[in-house]
Design a protein around this ligand. Structure first.
Ligand code: F6R
Length: 614
């Protein structure tokens, strides 16, 4: 949610900032802006409604000189997307410019106090309140900017990653964070600042992750300094990040989402590498080995996650309950964090998050840790806030996911959960050797299985043209594939804006069947499993009521083929891994329907990739 980027060094700042904004656009794309200080110390701010490309157009021919600057791409929280609400925001005197990602919860009280002191406001944002508060403190206390930022942040309740520059100081950016991501890239005589290290990876591999309640003083003439809000020096830990730039490009695909769907055979190789021995099928996760006793003694596992990661967690529940015989609960992180949940010492909380920055999931992790519960993270973004806040974990290693609709992260998460279940189940002795080997071998074959699945893409592209008219969709599945149905429906609604619901197939007759008519297509997942016959009967029931059915089924399934209007055939592997196989055609279906409807697949309306606000 909102991307922030900054630069100070020896190069022209504006091209670096604009490129960084393009890379961060997945975080928000309703308005964008840049602030630069030139050699004379003049501060120039340009901002406008729209995407980063609109900003690029807007700044053409403008005064863009300066080797220091900050820039922002916005996902609106306070105030509609328009020029005035776009960042950077300037203080009333025009001396200070600020960019902000997050929400200042007590902004109303602060704003009223500032109004009483004569301040006026040009925008509806909470961020403008903060920049004026900083200016007010700087003026009344006659203190330097750094001290004013520090004192202002001590009054703020909420989440923020901010960067601040001031007229007359072409050397220094002050940045700070609380519950919103921020990283400083250390170059040779230059510094970079960003919400996401990936956006500046072409300039440096050395990063310092700013922690909560810390302020970074980024000065071109001095080593990086980090202070706590209490004014103590904080430890600076430089970490190396290995990423290739090609992972951040579309690589010839029309959309990141399609690229990421097609990447899945390879991303699963990366996810499994070094974790399953191809000769012996032995599964090893260091995060489990290091905390073996915790896992062996666990009385209960609680997954906390949001969105797609929550759907993957529902599959994790099936896997762990059946393979490890440990009771599992799956919680929406946003509910869990406010529910005063009962947590015991022998519980394990598993936080699942692609970005590793989702505010609700991070808060759930913090709550669990405060209660003394062991927290295991399943994240994608290396070094992300959730990955750092957990006691242990396993990265899914699927590479940066840029398309807003999550695809390869889902299959990576389920793959890690399957390995986790096998590793724990084996230690506990709750899984038979035969089943352990069957699932591990199927995991090893997943990449080639997904290559096979992807061959259905042209057929799905054709099929999708037929369904662009639909206003509602229903997705049905059972057992392991009930969460897959939820995930398929989520994919469709978020990128095509068609209303879609996922249901356990048998629940259909308890209400939703009333919706069935020729206008509402049903996507039925009917792959072979122990409820196959029952799902096949559910399909018949829909057919009998004039519904149109797209069935995802095994090759040569004559029974389903007879009742479905369209079939998407998939290869069959061991039942517990079928969600990984089935999710791929559902991703493609959502993708092609959205493309044929002319939607912006990678940047759907109202959404952002990384939800760092509540
Ligand atoms: C759906 C989607 C979202 C995310 C959710 C959690 O395609 O991307 O539902 O899954 O916002 O995000 P992470 O996994 O980053 O915590």
């Amino acid at each position: 949610m909102c991307g922030i980027v900054g630069y100070v060094g020896w190069r022209e700042a504006s091209p670096i900032l604009i490129k960084g904004l393009h890379r961060l656009e997945y975080r928000g794309y309703d308005s964008a802006g840049v602030a630069l200080i030139n050699e004379k110390g003049e501060l120039n701010v340009f901002k406008c409604k729209g995407k980063v490309s609109d900003l690029e157009h807007f700044i053409q021919g403008k005064e863009l000189a300066g080797s220091i600057g900050i820039a922002h791409t916005r996902w609106a929280t306070h105030g509609e997307p328009n020029d005035a609400n776009a960042h950077p925001h300037c203080s009333e005197s025009g001396e200070i410019a600020l960019i902000h990602n997050g929400i200042i919860e007590n902004y109303r009280v602060l704003k009223e106090a500032l109004i009483e002191n004569g301040y006026t406001f040009r925008s509806n944002t909470d961020s403008e309140v903060l920049v004026n508060l900083i200016e007010y403190i700087r003026t009344t206390n006659r203190c330097p900017l750094l001290e004013a930022v520090r004192q202002a942040l001590r009054q703020v309740v909420g989440a923020y990653a901010i960067a601040v520059i001031e007229r007359g100081n072409p050397n220094r950016i002050i940045a700070a964070r609380q519950s919103s991501p921020m990283v400083v890239g250390i170059g040779d005589g230059e510094y970079f600042l960003s919400s996401d290290a990936a956006s500046i990876i072409e300039y440096t591999r050395d990063f310092v992750y700013v922690n909560d309640a810390e302020i970074a003083v980024i000065d071109r003439n001095a080593p990086l300094k980090v202070l706590t809000l209490d004014n103590h020096d904080a430890r600076i830990d430089i970490r190396k990040l290995e990423l290739s730039i090609s992972q951040l490009e579309k690589g010839g695909y029309p959309h990141f989402m399609l690229k990421e769907i097609y990447e899945q055979p390879r991303t699963l190789v990366d996810c499994i590498r070094g974790r399953i021995n191809p000769e012996t099928c032995e599964v090893k996760l260091s995060g489990v080995i290091d905390h073996r006793d915790r896992f062996l003694q666990a009385r209960r596992i609680i997954f906390v996650a949001c969105g797609t990661s929550w759907h993957a967690s529902l599959i994790g529940e099936h896997l762990i309950e059946s393979i490890c015989r440990i009771p599992v609960e799956v919680e929406y992180a946003s509910e869990f964090r406010y529910r005063n949940p009962i947590l015991r010492e022998d519980d394990i909380v598993i936080a699942v998050s692609q970005s590793g920055e989702t505010a609700d999931t991070l808060a759930a992790v913090e709550l669990a840790r405060k209660a003394g519960t062991f927290v295991f993270g399943i994240c994608n973004a290396v070094g992300s806030s959730i990955a750092r806040a957990t006691d242990s974990g396993a990265y899914i290693h699927v590479g940066p996911e840029i398309g807003v609709a999550s695809t390869k992260a889902f299959t990576g998460q389920v793959t890690v959960m399957a390995m986790l279940a096998l590793a724990i189940g084996h230690e506990k002795g709750t899984v038979s050797e035969a089943y352990y080997h069957e699932v591990a071998a199927a995991l090893l074959r997943l990449p080639e299985t997904l290559e096979e699945v992807l061959k259905v893409a042209p057929q799905i592209a054709d099929l999708s043209k037929i369904f662009t008219y639909a206003r509602n969709f229903i997705y049905l599945g059972r057992g392991y594939n009930y969460p897959t149905a939820l995930e398929g429906a989520l994919k469709l609604k978020e990128i095509s804006y068609i209303h879609a619901e996922g249901y356990p197939a048998a629940e259909m007759k308890h209400g939703p069947i009333a919706l069935i008519d020729a206008e509402m297509p049903t996507v039925a997942i009917a792959t072979p499993d122990h409820t196959y016959e029952k799902t096949a009967s559910n399909i018949e029931e829909i057919k009998a009521r004039g519904g149109r059915i797209i069935a995802v089924c095994a090759r040569d399934d004559e029974q389903v083929r007879r009742s479905a209007d369209y079939v998407i055939e998939v290869p069959v592997i061991t039942e517990c891994l079928m969600p990984i196989v089935v999710s791929v055609p559902l991703q493609l279906l959502a993708y092609y329907i959205a493309v044929y409807k002319g939607r912006n697949v990678d940047q759907p309306r109202n959404l952002a990739k990384s939800v760092t606000v509540e």
